[in-house]
Every structure is written in C-alpha cells, then in structure tokens.
Write a protein that binds this ligand. Structure first.
Ligand SMILES: [Zn+2]
Length: 215
C-alpha cells in the first residue's frame, strides 16, 4: 500500500526487530553475529539475529518472545491466552505484580507513597533497597531469566541486549537476571552469554533500526 502511495521501496518490521538492526549497526551489538534483542516496554518484543541476519520466519512474524508462555495458566494476556512473558516482564507487567503484592503487604514500603505506581517508581524504590520493590524485581527477573534461558537453547546467542524502560533499572534488574539466566541454562551455554542494556538512546533505536533496514 505504502509503496503504491509513495513510489518508494518500503520495508515493514516490528519495533524490536528495528531496534535489533539499530543495535547491530550502531549500538551494543556492533560486530556481533548472534544476539537476542529484547524490548521491555509497554509490552515485550524481541528480535533474534543469527549469523548476522534477523530471523523473520516464513511470514515475517518470527521473534515473539513476549507471547511465549512463561507461566502456565498465568495472567490473562491481551492476545487472548494466559501466562505470556509480557504479562509479567513488561513495564505494565511489573506494575501488575506490584499492585498484587501491595494488596497483602503489611510491612513498610516506599511503594505505599505512590498513587499510580509506575515501573520507574518500582525501580527507584528497589534502588533505595526497599524490601518489597527488591522482591518485585527479583520475581520479574526470575520469570524473564527462565524464559531467556529457554530462548538461548534455540539460537545460542553470544549476547542478549535489553532495551526499553525496564532495562534502565540497572543492577536491581541485571544482578538477579544474570543469576536466574545462568541457573536455568543448559550447561553447554553457561558462563558464555553477556546480558547488557542497550547503548542506544530510548527514542532512537527503532528509528535507527528502520533506517538501517532501508539502507
Ligand atoms: Zn500473549
């Protein structure tokens, strides 16, 4: 449709695939042939790069890690199924976890001071060593780590790059995440995979990636 309208070649890709291209051309994955890009935003997206090429699948829809079922019979997902990774590990998912846990939490917590809790508030509180917020990040990292360990068994990446709001939480996410990934990896893959935050500015990765795709 766009090609007809604008008379230029147009390539269509999802945000995570575009971000993966951006990371490969300009970011944390320059020179890396096998990596996994995971975006932790409102939802969870992913792009798998194998042998320097994005995996598209036969229909262009490859790499939907956000809708891999991370918890059987778990939370209901917008896709109509239950327990998808993004219902736990997106910015929206971690807020859902915080809201659930706060309901039965008797102890003191910085999280009780926020009206409409955001993922940023949870990260801030965890960075201040708030017991409940640290626990929320630990639970989120466990579910993400288990699923990433499973994903590693499929494409054996050298690197996993995390992008998006939650990926900026720093050590409160990455320290437990690295532990849970290693705990769940098949021994063949242990101590070989680097997990790092994106080096691209939040607003730029998708744009850079889209540009890289066209170039
Ligand atoms: Zn889903």
């Amino acid at each position: 449709l766009f090609e007809e309208e604008f008379h230029i070649p147009v390539k269509v890709t999802n945000d995570a695939n575009a971000a993966a291209m951006g990371e490969m051309k300009y970011g944390a994955a320059v020179g890396v042939r096998d990596f996994l890009m995971v975006t932790l935003g409102t939802g969870v997206g992913s792009g798998f790069v194998s042998n320097g090429e994005l995996i598209h699948g036969h229909d262009g829809f490859a790499g939907e890690l956000g809708h891999v079922i991370a918890v059987r019979n778990g939370r209901s997902c917008g896709c109509g199924r239950n327990g998808c990774l993004e219902t736990y590990c997106s910015a929206t998912g971690i807020v859902r976890t915080a809201t659930e846990m706060l309901q039965n939490y008797e102890g003191e917590s910085l999280l009780k001071n926020f009206d409409n809790i955001s993922a940023k508030d949870i990260a801030y509180s965890a960075q201040k060593n708030d017991t409940l917020a640290v626990k929320i990040f630990d639970d989120t990292a466990r579910i993400l780590g288990q699923t990433l360990a499973d994903a590693v068994a499929i494409t054996s990446p050298q690197l996993i790059v995390l992008f998006g709001g939650l990926a900026q939480a720093g050590d409160v996410l990455f320290t437990p995440l690295k532990k849970y990934v290693e705990d769940n990896l098949l021994n063949l893959y242990q101590n070989k995979i680097n997990i790092i935050p994106s080096k691209l500015p939040e607003s730029d990765a998708a744009v850079l990636g889209s540009a890289a795709l066209v170039l």
